[in-house]
Design a protein around this ligand. Structure first.
Ligand code: ADP
Ligand code: MG
Length: 685
């Protein structure tokens, strides 16, 4: 007997696909998709009462409609509501516009009023034909977050359906819900269809009690999944290492050309303590640019390698990975450690040989880009994975790393050390990284002279070039950074190339190199090598040098169009100088006029060199949502709550999550599933 043929698969419509993309799959997802804002379609405004800038709804009869050709082709209709005449203009229009807006038709129009030359106007208002007694909306009309291929009307219907069907019963045990908070069902109903008497302000700034409930729910889900991840990890097993006298760590310490700072010593201790436990370490090492995180990583690796296990060090760019590779070779090869080097550009025989060395365990340390976690890489036994500039990696990559690295034989998890020069503000640490241990290097190595930061308008460019010539003549080196142009790599390149040519012409005595993202890796490496060796005086570059590059003889950094960079990026870039004992200068060139945020960023750069203070100001200027950035968080972690503003609620949710996990495990699971669905994995990364 043959099976009945499967029903033909229906192709999904564009809006359905868009809904999938927004993760609006389950009824509950739809019910939890809350409005961004509301439109008040519950009342009509008389045309005579419209003021310039008002967004309002008007109803009347069309008196005239025609296509005009001057100053450009457009549809112009006039509407009379008995109090006055409103002009509507449509630059883009379709035949059915003309039908609905034909003279004599009654229409309801909504848009922004403008006081135009011919009286009050609306450009591209929304409109629909109505009868004399078509009722007005009885609730505010929600406007949902959406994408271009998902029309608001379609989404509204879908959400209304989801809201009706979804199971909105209370999952959180009543005693854990803060007193006075609304119920979940009532809150959701209200937020999707608020009655017109409510203050739009309360609704839109998320202070209304219904919003409080939703924010609490969301934060609770987030805290639960983090606590869960933490507890799961406590049950995982990792290899346990010993720090022994005369071991590799001690020998490396003895061989270093400098002594550790007090802060470095402390964090090396903290890490060593973790490595001696059989619970996998999950530690973030944060320290300002130049604070010396690499050597701390090497000292951690030494503990692991001393016991015959392998380590992986992953960096976000090839240039940075190569810098690490060179530095680590210098430190570790004399001690008999073999280091493998894996990046995307390394192919063929060289790659095969490296892979063999990694698989056999001959290579104790593997350094590279995310090529380190590619499918064909297998470790003999990996004890420690180190991620440099961890915020530059996507969450998906971090997840892949963890999956990849579990030792298939013994089922042991590797220890994980993440490094970052962007310190996490306290509230973020409490919420998004609640399951992470943090070590901080709060001191720079001695002998660094502070960097003087100067801000000049681009008109002073010639003077800056003159300074470059002086620095170069004194035997020092200079970076010139060109900005990213609106995410266009081509323009980006053109700009950097032109600047390079200009500087080559202006500085005939000096060797001026160029570095950009489109160059083949080998060429990049060659340019970097020239600069590192001191044979090149000026390096013109796009932001590829943003992270981690270490050339102590560089004393001047010029950042062109500094107003286009983010604050933490500027700080990272500036950190490329001031690494040796020569006094260093950072010049921020800007092109007027400066926006207010541009001004505050440049001011912050002049005011302080402290990475933590910079992060604080950045948070202030940008707000925490953006601070995290999609790249950093990998998923829209908090949609409704605001980590800064809702700090109190975060605490309440935190406490509730602990109790819920201990005493209501099943409800905890249900709550996380309801809120996060498939996304909960992301929170554990
Ligand atoms: P970052 O924390 O930005 O990654 P690096 O690890 O690149 O900093 O260190 C910056 C520079 O300081 C490197 O040249 C490194 O060798 C050097 N360094 C690190 N620790 C010390 C120390 N304790 N004393 C002197 N120099 C140090
Ligand atoms: Mg570094």
């Amino acid at each position: 007997m043959s099976e009945a043929p499967a029903p033909p698969k229906k192709e999904k419509s564009a809006p359905q696909k868009a809904m999938d993309k927004l993760d609006l799959r389950r009824d509950i997802d739809l019910a939890l998709h809350l409005p961004l804002r509301y439109e008040d379609e519950t009342r009509l405004t008389p045309v005579a009462a419209l003021r310039d800038g008002d967004t309002a709804q008007v109803e009347g009869v069309v008196t005239h409609c025609e296509v005009q050709f001057r100053p450009r082709r457009q549809l112009v209709a006039r509407l009379d509501d008995g109090t006055g005449t409103l002009v509507m203009r449509f630059i883009n229009f379709y035949p059915n516009h003309q039908k609905t807006l034909a003279a004599g038709q009654r229409v309801r129009v909504r848009g922004e009023a403008r006081g135009g030359f011919f009286g009050i106007e609306m450009v591209h208002p929304t409109f629909r034909g109505v009868g004399e007694d078509t009722p007005l909306a009885s609730a505010l009309t929600p406007v949902y977050p959406t994408t271009a291929s998902l029309p608001q009307a379609y989404l509204r219907k879908a959400v209304a359906g989801g809201l009706k069907r979804a199971d909105l019963s209370e999952i959180v045990p009543a005693p854990l819900v803060p007193a006075g908070m609304w119920g979940l069902r009532a809150s959701l109903r209200f937020l999707h269809e608020p009655t017109p008497d409510v203050s739009l302000m309360d609704l839109e700034d998320h202070t209304h009690p219904a919003w409080q409930r939703l924010k609490f729910e969301e934060l609770l889900a987030q805290q639960l999944s983090q606590l869960q991840a933490k507890r799961e990890r406590e049950h995982q097993r990792a290899p346990k290492f010993k720090v022994v006298a005369g071991g590799l760590q001690e020998r490396l310490l003895g061989a270093l050309p400098f002594t550790l700072t007090e802060a470095q010593r402390r964090v090396v201790e903290e890490i060593a303590r973790d490595l001696q436990r059989e619970v996998p370490m999950h530690r973030l090492l944060q320290g300002d640019v130049g604070s010396g995180k690499t050597v701390v990583a090497a000292l951690a690796a030494a503990v692991v390698m001393n016991d015959g296990w392998q380590c992986a060090l992953m960096a976000p760019t090839e240039i940075l990975a190569e810098q690490h590779f060179r530095k680590l070779i210098g430190w570790l090869e004399p001690l008999g450690i073999r280091i493998a080097w894996l990046t995307g550009s390394r192919k063929g025989k060289a790659r095969r040989e490296m892979l063999e060395a990694v698989a056999s365990g001959d290579a104790a340390l593997v350094v590279g880009t995310h090529a380190v976690i590619q499918a064909d890489v297998t470790f003999k036994r990996l004890g420690l994975a180190i991620i440099d500039e961890q915020h530059r990696f996507g969450v998906a990559q971090r997840l892949a790393l963890r999956e990849k690295l579990v030792d298939p034989v013994a089922g042991l998890e590797p220890h994980l050390l993440m490094m970052s020069a962007t310190p996490i503000p306290r509230t973020l640490a409490m919420t998004l990284f609640a399951d992470l241990d943090v070590s901080t290097i709060d001191e720079l190595p001695p002998g660094r002279t502070p960097i003087v930061t100067k801000v000049f308008s681009d008109a002073k460019r010639d003077g800056v070039i003159h300074t470059i010539a002086q620095e170069a003549a004194g035997g020092r080196q200079v970076y010139w950074v060109c900005p990213l142009i609106e995410e266009s790599e081509t323009l980006d390149l053109k700009n950097a190339t032109e600047t390079h040519q200009q500087l080559v012409a202006a500085l005939p005595q000096q060797v001026v190199g160029l570095l950009h993202g489109r160059m083949p890796a080998a060429e990049k490496a060659a340019v970097m090598a020239e600069f590192t060796a001191g044979r090149m005086q000026l390096l013109v570059s796009t932001t590829v040098i943003e992270v981690g590059v270490d050339v102590p003889n560089a004393s001047l950094m010029v950042i062109e169009h500094a107003e286009r960079f983010g604050l933490s990026q500027l700080h990272q870039l500036r950190g490329r100088v001031g690494r040796g004992s020569v006094a260093s200068v950072c010049v921020l060139l800007y092109t007027p006029p400066l926006s207010d945020t541009g001004k505050s960023r440049l001011r912050a750069m002049v005011d302080t060199q402290d990475g933590f203070e910079i992060a604080r100001r950045d948070l202030e200027i940008r707000g925490p949502g953006e601070f995290m950035g999609a790249r950093q968080s990998g998923a829209p972690l908090l949609r409704f709550a605001d980590m800064e503003l809702d700090e109190d609620l975060v605490r309440v949710a935190r406490a509730a999550a602990e109790v819920m996990l201990d005493r209501h495990a099943e409800a905890a699971e249900q709550h996380v599933a309801r809120w996060l669905g498939a996304k909960s994995d992301y929170l554990k990364a």
